[in-house]
Design a protein around this ligand. Sequence first.
Ligand code: PLP
Length: 434
Amino acid sequence: MNYYSTNGSAPGASLQEAVVRGLAPDKGLYMPEKISRLPKEFFDEIGNSGLTDIAKTVAHAFFGGDIPKATLDKMVADTLNFEIPLVKVEEGIYVLELFHGPTFAFKDVGARFMARMLSYFVQEQEQEEVNVLVATSGDTGSAVANGFLGVKGIRVFVLYPSGKVSDIQEAQFTTLGQNIVALEVDGTFDDCQSLVKSAFMDEELNSQMNLTSANSINVARFIPQSFYYFHACAQLPKQELDTVISVPSGNLGNLTAGLFAKRMGLPVKRFIAANNRNDVFREYLQSGKYSPRASVQTVANAMDVGAPSNFHRILDLYGHSHEAISKDISGYRFSDEEIKSAIKRVYESSGYLLDPHGACAYLALKEGKKAGETGIFLATAHPAKFKETVENCIEKEIEIPEGLKAFMKQKKQSLPLSREFSQFKNCLNSLRKK
Ligand SMILES: *Cc1c(COP(=O)(O)O)cnc(C)c1O
């Protein structure tokens, strides 16, 4: 299948080109030419199917024309080597736990799939070595670094703001070694992001090395996120037609994948976009006006995004109709105080422990769900990743899972970097020659 750019002035790209490039040459986002409806038999049987089988069918609909079936099936199975259970929290409200992967956050799904797909292109399709650049405020870096660890033909550079990510997060991408290089930038997350952007714009660098992005602009990262929406509906006790799904939103990659799933026939009535104080998307849903702005820091920091990168995919998907978009999605916003008190309240009333991102989605679901509707919200990170915040809310110590502790025991390896692009460029050049 070919991919077109949302900006409309780049030529169509093959899957391989779209994945290796990340962003289209006209700076638009790649979209698949077709989003097929899945057959009725798939939905008739969905309640009896497991995560991997469901995901194989969905993956086939997108990538079946480009990757041999056995290879694609293996990619899916290797990606999803952990569970994604749907758990009842209270009457009519379920949580989809997306945090059972190796870095305890939902980004494991997209990052692990993208690593395998890129590795297929490098190993089977004579693609030259690829260098993945990723700026992170925490979770993206860990999921991408762990997803790509040890994959031949791919080197990953993780840029992160020194002193501004939690110890657990830092340990998850600075202790790996092998093909993962952690660059500790003396600056903010925005500085890291602008270094990455400058590298993508630098013709000299691009002519010497294949640079690509592993954030959710990449089709190989965001499309696989549609897998688990089908698995969520499959796990509901009855196949209900009045289901609404609430998604904690930042760059809107997760929500966009859900909207793709709906286009493929996912039996949900509508989506709810949960925002923290960075509510540019909620404002758009209400007013039809999109006004990106600088982000502010909140307790749900993976959603601190002022200019959501997948917004234009949503516009494109709905033919730029605000009416159609706001019919399928409603938006709500919550302050840090509201998020923190929800963590405490839900823990005390049901014993269920939320992380700040899941708590924001829970609140949005409570507000947006009508009586008689079944609600699912997505829990995108394990509460232990936000240990301090969560412990302050419930006034109790929480357990860190063994898998998370293991990262903390390894030795940190990172290269210090200033905010100067010339230094970053020299660094890429010197590492390239090794
Ligand atoms: C990245 C992230 C989000 C936001 O997802 P988007 O696809 O960027 O909207 C929400 N929660 C957690 C824990 C994340 O890491």
